[in-house]
Design a protein around this ligand. Structure first.
Ligand code: HEM
Length: 492
């Protein structure tokens, strides 16, 4: 009798796992109990390979299971436009992993992992502040040009030796974010390296099965989640302590009488004071400020510097393309500094950057969203709150759009007359209402670093030969470590 009951329970369990819970959703790979399809998603090579195979099998929209929850994956450009753009409001929300927010952030704070008013108000505030500090304007350009010059100074010191160029971009891009948030550059690189290491760890564990398992399996209690993710607490303690120190210094020095602010933290504190005077103590809280600093660092640092690391690796793997870019730079610019005013006159350089962003394909999994209401997809009703992931990485490697997508071909973005042409499907900054908040700043950084570095230097392979283009496995892709030789192109 007991055997019969156990057998019936087991059969019912399997029936639920393999059929019942999947009914009414777009088809997809069969999930395992509890962990769903996460083994395929989190084993090497990074998930793009799993997504490509599933797209071939199930079409451009299908369901995978992240632990105990379904996620509808959308991989085609037309499908992404129909959903995330034309019905943007329904696809606006992020999937909030409350357990992660609790252990990392102390609650639902920041802009990346929030919805509703917190997200709306702070996205708008951050965008305004970025604009006030010159995103797309001269002030921000000056801050980037300063870093271009600092890289140049450092490269001159090591002339003739091999360099790890990614480390130079790391510090430069870290300085730009720090300047925007706290109004200063790093006095010495050791503090920066400490922070960078913590962020590296964060992305490494964010891309691991263990951490995803901890946050997505519903029935795990918070204490067990914390036990499974000690590295997340380490990141939190190290990075948030740095923010606390910077914020405290600002609190000591701030002059509330002046209307001008020198950085984001000061702008935030002035708004906080204004709100508190009106009786609103919640929306511009100290926790929110700390978490906004975290979001800017976490979203703005590795994305940009890893793109530069890949871009240089592509230039070393494609010397012809590097030389074409340098020919254009010599003809249009010569030995002077490249500024944003030159951007329109450098089609090949822009095309090179576009192709580097496409091939770097930096976020192999993008950030999971959730539908804000019941929506119809492939004749299925996807209930409000279900995870939806817009696979921009599949779009950028779609052979129907980008012929031979594995090849690095900047010419894709040039018309017959050599003018830059827009390819709508190039979407490294995502698509829809949550499109990257720092796109303007990132584009400016990529252009100024690329154009100036490749105009000033010829990049050649180091003693280990051509850099591998294999990605490291992390939430944000990174090129494998490599060194190269840099040779000045103009005599100074
Ligand atoms: C090459 C550089 C960059 C790339 C490829 C990139 C890419 C992305 C992507 C794919 C998203 C996800 C959008 C979505 O959920 O649909 C995103 C969001 C975001 N990015 Fe970037 N990003 C870059 C640089 C930056 C910079 C420099 C900053 C700020 C300093 C930044 C701040 C953000 C923020 C705050 C979000 C969340 C926006 C929201 O949820 O409303 N990013 N980015």
């Amino acid at each position: 009798m007991i055997f019969f009951l156990l057998l019936t329970a087991f059969v019912l369990y399997l029936f639920n796992e393999f059929y019942w819970k999947r009914r009414g959703l777009p088809p997809g790979p069969i999930p395992l109990p509890i962990i769903g399809n996460m083994i395929e998603l989190f084993s090497y090579p990074p998930p793009t390979a799993a997504y490509d195979a599933w797209t071939k099998k199930f079409g451009k929209i299908y369901t995978v299971w992240m632990g105990t929850d379904p996620a509808v994956i959308i991989t085609g450009y037309k499908e992404l436009k129909d959903t995330f753009v034309n019905d943007g409001h329904s696809y606006l929300d992020k999937m909030i992993y409350s357990k992660l927010n609790t252990s990392l952030r102390g609650g639902d704070y920041g802009v990346i992992d929030t919805n509703g008013n917190t997200w709306k108000e702070h996205r708008k505030f951050a965008l305004h502040t970025l604009r006030d500090f010159g995103m797309g304007k001269e002030a921000m350009e000056a801050s980037i040009q300063l870093e271009v010059d600092k890289i140049d100074e450092e490269l001159k010191k090591v002339e003739g030796k091999e360099v790890n160029i990614q480390e130079h971009f790391d510090l430069a891009i870290g300085n730009i974010i720090n300047q925007f948030l706290f109004g200063n550059r790093f006095k010495d690189s050791s503090k920066f390296n400490e922070l960078k290491k913590l962020l590296d760890l964060f992305f490494e564990v964010q891309g691991s099965l263990r951490v995803y398992f901890a946050y997505t399996v519903d029935f795990l209690p918070q204490w067990m989640v914390e036990l499974l993710t000690p590295d997340v607490s380490r990141v939190r303690d190290g990075i948030y302590q740095f923010f606390d120190e910077q914020i405290e210094e600002h609190r000591q020095e701030i002059d509330f009488e002046t209307s001008d602010s020198k950085d984001y933290v000061e702008t935030f504190m002035k708004e906080q004071k204004k709100r508190e005077a009106e009786g609103d103590f919640a929306s511009f809280s100290n926790e929110q400020l700390k978490n906004m600093c975290f979001d800017m660092w976490v979203a703005g640092m590795h994305t940009t510097t890893n793109t530069m690391g890949f871009l240089t690796a592509f230039a070393l793997n494609n010397m012809d393309a590097q030389r074409k870019m340098q020919k254009e730079l010599t003809e249009v610019i010569g030995d002077r500094v490249v500024t944003m005013k030159d951007k329109l006159n450098l089609p090949y350089t822009n095309a090179f950057i576009n192709e580097a962003q496409r091939c770097a394909n930096l976020v192999p999994m993008n950030l999971p969203h959730a539908v804000t209401r019941d929506v119809q997809l492939l004749g299925c009703t996807i209930p409000k709150g279900t995870t939806v992931i817009h696979q921009i990485s599949s779009v950028m490697s779609d052979p129907e759009i980008f012929e031979e997508p594995e090849r690095f071909v900047p010419e894709r973005y040039l018309d017959e007359s050599g003018n830059l042409k827009k390819i709508e499907e190039l979407v490294p900054f995502s698509i829809g209402k949550r499109v990257c908040l720092g796109e303007g700043l990132a584009r400016m950084e990529l252009f100024l670093f690329t154009a100036n570095s490749f105009n000033r230097y010829e990049f050649n392979c180091g003693s280990n030969g051509v850099p591998s283009l294999e990605r490291t496995f992390a939430f944000i892709a990174k090129a494998q470590d490599y060194t190269c030789q840099v040779k000045p192109r103009y005599s100074s």
